[in-house]
Design a protein. Sequence first.
Length: 324
Amino acid sequence: LSTRAASRALLAAVAAAARRVNARYERYLERSFPRFYLLHSTFKTGVQALFLEVKEIWKIRAQMSRQRLSPQQLPYRDMERLRQVGVSDPDSLPSIWRQFRRDVLKAVPIGIIAIPPFANFLVLVLMYFFPRQLLIRHFWTPKQQVEFLDVYDSIRRDSYPAVLRSLALAARSLPEPQPRELLQQLCAQVQGGARPHLAQLLAVRSLFSGSLLALNRLRVDHVRALSQVLFLTPHLPAFFLRHRLRSHVLEIRHLDRALLRLGLGQLSEEELRAACYLRGLNSTHLGRAECRAWLEQWLGLSCELQASEASLLAHSMVLLSLNY
């Protein structure tokens, strides 16, 4: 017993000494290298956030197992958390940790490098020069988060004109004259820089369920462009592209219903921005009121549509956000 007590006392003394050395080291960084100190503190915060996320995911999964809940029965924030790691869609359950594994595999080399004493200097260098390529979102500074979201949105927006052109081209082949004209007017309006109204989108909803505009009947280049809007790789066979696109759009539709139950007034500004960004709108430079107004319009459309009308929801990510 005395040996155990001595071991514990020794470990406590070593830990206390390490904390003192680390505190001095951080003060030295803050005084002498403020930019590197920012990266250092971001790294520490990122590690803590990563472990908290793991704990939170396990807690949600345990609750689902204990209460036999499906992902669609969860509250909005739990459903959104699972979506971030790729488990909110039942079809993706065989690969539960897909997104989380990608994040962890990207973070493991950085974690290994940081193990030796003071080796986080090298980590800081890598974070400084290659943050977007080497680091996961947990290790981005607030400024980098805005910058990188802008970069990814610019890549996404490059596909918006292709989606509109494909939609206008497909509209010409529709047999019913009146809905065809309404859709052509809608495409011309958006291409001309105007914003569509909710009533205009609902007026053409029937065209997107059983006609040439249903997801399973779109041309392959049309599906590839829509996949890029949802940050999905377009370099897959047509069958897998259609399946993944439909799966992700319906996942957003389930999230929309959970969000409607929660109420937009319950969301923080950060959550509002994240919700808009997921649905196609770059919200990094918009105010809270603008994000809320856009999201209200989106929910008004999404919660009216059926699962068979998923194609309209996918196209609305472009139609509603291009000129906002």
